[in-house]
Design a protein around this ligand. Structure first.
Ligand code: NAD
Ligand code: DAU
Length: 360
């Protein structure tokens, strides 16, 4: 039985990954979820797995060497899946330090603790161990030409403090592979969407605001392009790279689903109008008139687009969820989980929202 150490498992993709893995592998795997529970971490995302015997939650910070060392001492870890990070670009523009601390230093501590636990006397590593670092397409920078795509060989050119910190962490992982032959792989995925995404990110923020009849803030001209992937398809890719990905390699994950932000907003509004019954009072709030073009994000990348050729060719990965189906499932999930939204938008969320949007 493989034991997975999943960091950041209480966040958006991490919690979806834990659900995905237990759905797919049942009791054949063990998962230890290590999360510091920052504003983005929420154990409410994991209510469905709490009772599973092979699931353990450990509240620990990847920046804290002693805490992480203890997890490796107490458990024979086979796979590390390193999701834990500060993940929101807008926050990185306001407060870059924590991004370096968590994404760079935290990753270094994860690498060192895994290395200490897995390295043998002769400098080789125990059989079957793997460290998968979850990274992003944002490390490649921005594409101007509509016919260009990000390949694994595309040079790194990060622009935001967030993407610079992720790029730095990728370089550290690569350095451990090159220097110590450390058994690591990197995945670089495009924008995810689906259940449990914190409403600081475009899709859940627009759904939440539209339901309340609040303005829908569109940065710049709304024509920036992101390449959207349903979160389960990302999780499937990670599972396949853990099983079959070659050590020292990186794999791009994306489903060729490029959309302008303004298109996304119209699709969400149309989907809400279609799904909400006429008897639901929130339906009257949902309107194109809520759209507001606001000041652009500083250094806003224009277009991301992943070429997933390598993961397809080597591992047979393909996305399973078309955007039309995925966005409907996602909107439905937020409608059916209003309590989750109410809970995560209580507390500090309103302060964050006012700071980011009130003078925009
Ligand atoms: P998220 O912000 O929803 O979740 C991050 C999680 O990490 C939270 O549970 C948080 O509590 C935890 N965390 C933060 N700092 C920590 C620390 N010091 N120690 C332990 N835990 C800590 O992020 P997400 O959107 O789920 O992204 C997960 C990973 O995937 C990130 O590494 C991100 O860069 C990468 N990624 C995200 C996307 C996307 O579209 N969201 C796409 C590609 C890659
Ligand atoms: O590409 C992968 C990345 O996708 C991940 O690495 C990041 O962790 C994740 O946050 C995401 O980054 P983006 O910056 O692309 O996502 P976000 O949802 O913040 O914004 C998507 C687009 O929508 C972007 O062009 C900015 C725009 N936007 C965003 C918000 C929050 C708006 O126009 N208005 C908004 O209010």
């Amino acid at each position: 039985m493989k034991t997975y150490l999943v960091t950041g498992g209480a966040g958006f993709i991490g919690s979806n990954f834990i659900h995905y893995m237990f759905r797919k592998h049942g009791n054949d795997i063990r998962i230890i979820n290590v999360d510091a529970l920052t504003y983005a971490g929420n154990l409410g995302n994991l209510k469905d797995v709490e009772g599973i015997e092979n699931y353990t939650f450990v509240k620990a910070d990847i920046r804290n060497k002693e805490e992480i060392e203890k997890v490796f001492k107490d458990n024979d870890i086979d796979y590390v899946v390193n999701f834990a990070a500060e993940s929101h670009v807008d926050r990185s523009i306001v407060n870059p330090e924590i991004f370096v601390e968590t994404n760079v230093l935290g990753t270094l501590i994860m690498l060192n603790c895994a290395k200490d636990a897995w390295e043998q006397e002769d400098g080789s590593f125990k059989e079957g161990k793997k460290f998968l670092h979850v990274s992003t397409d944002e490390v490649y920078g921005s594409l101007d030409n509509l016919t260009d795509f990000f390949y694994e060989t595309t040079p790194y050119s990060p622009h935001s403090p967030y993407s610079a910190s992720k790029a730095s962490s990728d370089f550290l992982v690569k350095a451990y592979v090159d220097t110590y032959k450390f058994p690591a792989v990197i995945t670089n995925c495009s924008n995810n969407y689906g259940p449990y995404q914190f409403p600081e990110k475009l899709i859940p923020l627009i759904i939440n605001n539209a339901l309340q009849g609040k303005e829908l803030p569109v940065y710049g001209d709304g024509k920036n392009i992101r390449d959207w992937l349903y979160v389960d398809d990302h999780c499937k890719g990670i599972d396949m790279v853990l099983e079959g990905g070659r050590i020292g390699e990186k794999y791009n994950i994306g489903g060729h689903n490029e959309k302008q932000n303004i298109e996304i907003i119209h699709i969400i509004l149309d989907t809400l109008k279609e799904i909400l019954p006429d008897s639901d009072p929130r339906k009257a709030n949902v309107s194109e008139e809520l759209i507001r073009f606001v000041a652009d994000r500083k250094g806003h990348d224009r277009r991301y687009a992943i070429a997933p050729d390598k993961i397809k060719a080597e591992l047979g990965w393909e996305p399973e969820t078309f955007f039309a189906e995925g966005i409907k499932k996602t909107v439905k999930w937020y409608l059916e989980n209003q309590e989750w939204m109410t809970e995560v938008t209580s507390g500090d969320y309103q302060k964050y929202y006012d700071k980011m949007y009130s003078d925009r």
